[in-house]
Design a protein around this ligand. Structure first.
Ligand code: MIC
Ligand code: SF4
Length: 642
């Protein structure tokens, strides 16, 4: 039997484990990336490992999230990352150079290589045939130190594309269509491979839009083959030499095949507050729009913004709408400027923002009260925009422009003729904002610059054989890490300050949680299905650890968050019978006993002392994960094993 493309790359990087679905495998990691919001913590963790230089083929530190500097915090953290990058052999992409995933695709990605990044949208690299995973900062730190990355061997889902997209129907609509089919948990435990004749009609930026949003499916990663279109992209980036053709074997077997006819798709829109809440744009026609935002790692490529500029050319946006455009990278912005497209954008009345994440993570441009915001981003979770009662919809750049010009949700097909946009044969290469690290000799004498915003980690709490803890919070299905540890302009600058962050933990669900958790001393959180979906931020585990959370009991977990919980020493446990979720309540006193034997048996009994009932919980930890939990987290475990 032949192999799928992902299986081939896994095989070539397998350090240990069997490639059978569901078993733990360890992979050699060729490249890593960090961004600043997760990077400060990742580098602090890397430092504690005592390694003098990264052991990857390429590691890059990007500054793209925390670019608002309304106090010393972000500026200090940037200096910290810049100095540590220089010392330890990491390339440093300066603030303003662009969003990590866009810049990595342009300047560093290589087909067939493995990449992990401390950001959940790292699978964007799958657009050029990389096997790229989002991971917690600690996993990235370990990989920088030459350690393997552990995942559960995923199932393989193939999406078979036929036909060709019609004008005004885009790669974003393909992403929304697959979310409509599979939902935000439909990709959990799977790699999505995109194939079929239709693949040849999609450019690299379009492929990257699709692999980027595979994250919203909960997929382990997503990948496209590497073909002549990939070669042309890499050539235009002046990097043709890294091209290798890659495809799955013709007789590769998949666990599931989904067919999508590109020619039959319509413009789609995800409604508040989940990316899988998808309907046709047409069906919402006439809905008044207050704000439109174009950008983010999903839709800020040159191709996207040339289309936006062409559609805006000679027109002005309505006074009732505010439009922001954030180019994905300096390369994109410079090329828009050179060809005059930037002038068309500015003349339309749009506000051009920095090449950064910006409004996507609530760093500015929050909507007005109860405002309707159409965004080309990948997430529309409640409160993420910075305005709690805003209604955020996810759309393609074309649908975004149609709304900015008409003031309401409008099918972009009504905009008339789609101007023809050609990808350039050569991109404008200017790597002056990417700083190379010092050579090993010079590096030794370099100092790492630290500001007062950097506080120490929460203390690790090794797992003993029994725990007695209060059920302090019970939440529902699809709780995101934005619920657990919100981001946004007010909080994001404190990503290296766990005590400060802790005041906001679960703020979207229950602002009294931090106080109650502290009062309880040790506590347990209960969740529904797909607990912890979304961002890779390990803060959604470190902050609960700081507040005394010992275990999370849920109906099911999202992959990266479950790994982050274990890395923090918090036990993720699953109800054996999902209906048991209904039997326990906030305020109940719970206990877990004979934990060690339970971990070995794969089942731990949860006693609800208040209700006097016993509920079986499933725990399928590997030997390594058990050892991590017993040690009190991955850092403590790594120290113990060195
Ligand atoms: C996001 O899109 O939610 C983020 C902000 O990029 C996160 C990382 C973080 O929380 O810093 C992600 O996707 O992992
Ligand atoms: Fe940045 Fe938004 Fe992409 Fe996250 S999803 S990396 S915040 S642009």
């Amino acid at each position: 039997m032949g192999l799928t493309l992902a299986q081939k790359i896994i095989k070539a990087h397998l350090v240990s484990g069997e490639m059978t679905v569901g078993s733990e495998i360890a992979l050699r990691i060729d490249q890593t990336l960090t961004q600043d919001a997760t990077g400060t913590m990742a580098y602090l963790e890397f430092e504690t490992m005592g390694i003098d230089r990264v052991r990857t083929e390429r590691s890059v530190a990007y500054i793209d999230h925390n670019t608002l500097q309304s106090g010393f915090e972000n500026a200090d953290d940037h200096r910290f990352i810049q100095s540590i990058a220089k010392k330890y052999g990491i390339y440093f992409s300066r603030p303003g150079n662009g969003i990590c995933h866009q810049v990595h695709l342009e300047r560093f990605g290589i087909p067939g290589k493995t990449l992990i990044g401390s950001d959940s949208h790292t699978p964007t690299g799958g657009g050029i045939g990389m096997l790229a995973f989002g991971a917690g900062g600690l996993d990235v730190a370990v990989a920088m130190g030459g350690g393997a990355y552990y995942i559960t061997m995923p199932k393989m889902i193939k999406v078979n594309l036929t036909g060709r997209l019609r004008p005004f129907v885009t790669a974003k609509d393909v992403s929304l269509e697959i979310l409509r089919i599979l939902s935000v948990k439909g990709g959990v435990g799977s790699i999505i491979e995109w194939g079929g004749e239709g693949v040849k009609t999609l450019s690299v930026p379009e492929r990257a839009t699709i692999t980027n949003m595979g994250t919203e499916l909960g997929a382990t990663t997503s990948i496209f083959p590497s073909d002549e279109i990939t070669r042309a992209f890499l050539k235009a980036e002046g990097r043709e030499e890294v091209y290798v053709p890659l495809a799955s074997d013709p007789d590769a077997e998949y666990d599931r095949v989904i067919d999508i006819d590109l020619s039959a798709l319509k413009p789609l829109i995800a409604c508040p507050h989940m990316p899988d809440n998808v309907v046709t744009v047409e069906s919402l026609k006439g809905t008044k729009v207050d704000q439109v935002c174009i950008g983010s790692c999903t839709n800020s490529s040159l191709l996207d913004l040339l289309k936006v500029a062409a559609l805006l050319k000679g027109k002005t946006i309505l006074p009732s709408v505010s439009l922001s455009i954030s180019p994905g990278s300096k390369q994109v912005l410079a090329m828009l400027s050179e060809c005059g497209a930037l002038t068309d954008i500015l003349a339309s009345g749009a506000r051009v923002l920095e090449c950064a994440c910006g409004p996507c993570i609530g760093m500015g441009f929050s909507p007005n009260s109860a405002g309707v915001s159409l965004r080309t981003f990948n997430r529309n979770f409640e409160g993420r925009s910075g305005t709690k009662d805003a209604k955020v919809y996810l759309v393609s750049p074309e649908t975004a422009v149609a709304a900015a010009l008409t003031g309401e949700i409008t099918d972009p097909i009504l905009l008339g003729e789609m101007p023809e946009i050609k990808m350039p044969d050569a991109f404008r290469i200017d790597d002056s904002a990417i700083l190379a690290p010092a050579d090993p000799e010079e590096a030794r004498s370099l100092e790492v610059l630290r500001g007062p915003n950097i506080k120490k980690f929460p203390d690790s709490v090794p797992w003993t054989d029994s725990v007695r803890a209060e059920l302090v919070l019970k939440v529902g299905d699809n709780i995101t890490t934005d619920h657990i540890m919100p981001a946004g302009a007010k909080i994001l600058p404190y990503r290296s300050n766990i005590p400060h962050l802790s005041q906001y933990c679960f703020g979207v669900c229950d602002p009294t949680f931090p106080e109650r958790a502290k009062k309880a001393g040790e506590s347990i959180v209960v969740g529904g299905v797909n607990y912890g979906q979304g961002s890779s931020r390990e803060h959604a585990a470190l902050v609960p650890l700081y507040l005394g959370v010992r275990a999370v009991v849920a109906k099911s977990f999202a992959r990266i968050h479950a790994a982050n919980l274990i890395n923090a020493g918090i036990m993720p446990l699953t109800f054996k019978n999902a209906e048991d979720y209904d039997c326990i309540e906030e305020g109940d006193m719970l206990s877990l006993s004979a934990v060690y034997a339970g971990m070995d048996a794969g089942e731990i009994i949860l006693r609800d002392e208040t209700k006097g009932i016993d509920l079986p919980l499933v725990c399928t930890f590997t030997e390594r994960q058990k050892a991590i939990l017993k040690a009190g987290g991955l850092l403590a475990y790594t120290k113990e094993s060195n």
